[in-house]
Ligand binder design. Structure first.
Ligand code: IMP
Ligand code: MG
Length: 194
């Protein structure tokens, strides 16, 4: 029997890569105080680790959105459920994403952020599923160039599950996961024991 999912990026790979990204961002934003904007909930784990690798005064801020249907159906139209409480005028904004897939969500968020008069807006994503892109969008900072597989863990969910996995798994049998969303639970327990 083939496994339903396998480790794509282990916790050590993630830790190292996030630290590298933090160092690069620190170098690029020296003398500035960037506003890091993250979309709940998926980006929260990445942001928490990333800001601790950035040696600058950084402000973490959060937005929450809901999508109409899936990204492709909705053409990336989203409803803002929780908006920023920071004035972006003249600020250097970094949109921190867990994953950029079709790019439709990020494109919408970028248009919202850019309309608020910032000095700059860049995108930092942990995972870039660039082969799936519909909206042309090149993040300035990419953790990993992700294969065209559904992934869970480290903030990424399937039906709200598995955000607490320390590793990122690629789902090899999506039909099995859809049939039984809890099927990967033993891998979460295994992670906690490791
Ligand atoms: P978009 O297609 O770039 O607009 O991505 C929309 C959202 O879909 C992302 O922010 C994620 O929340 C979610 N998403 C895309 N690919 C995956 C995946 O492989 N696993 C879990 N969530 C995903
Ligand atoms: Mg997301």
């Amino acid at each position: 029997m083939t496994e339903v999912a396998s480790v794509l990026y282990g916790r050590e790979d993630i830790r190292r890569r996030v630290e590298e990204l933090g160092r690069t961002i620190t170098g690029d934003y020296v003398g500035r105080e960037p506003v890091l904007v993250t979309v709940l909930k998926g980006g929260a784990m990445f942001l928490a680790d990333l800001i601790r690798s950035i040696d600058l005064p950084v402000e973490p801020h959060f937005m929450a959105i809901s999508r109409y249907g899936d990204a492709e159906e909705s053409l990336g139209r989203v409803q803002i459920l929780l908006d920023l409480d920071v004035d972006l005028t003249g600020r250097d904004v970094l949109l921190v994403e867990d994953i950029v897939d079709t790019g439709l969500t990020s494109r919408y968020l970028l248009s919202v952020l850019r309309s608020r008069g910032p000095a700059s807006v860049e995108v930092c994503t942990l995972l870039d599923k660039s082969v799936r892109r519909i909206a042309p969008l090149e993040p300035s900072y990419v953790g990993f160039d992700c294969p065209d597989r559904f992934v869970v863990g480290y903030g990424l969910d399937f039906a709200e599950r598995y955000r607490n996995l320390p590793d990122i798994l690629q789902v090899d049998d999506l039909a099995a996961l859809k049939a039984d969303p809890g099927i990967l639970a033993p891998m979460v327990r295994g992670a906690a024991a490791a």
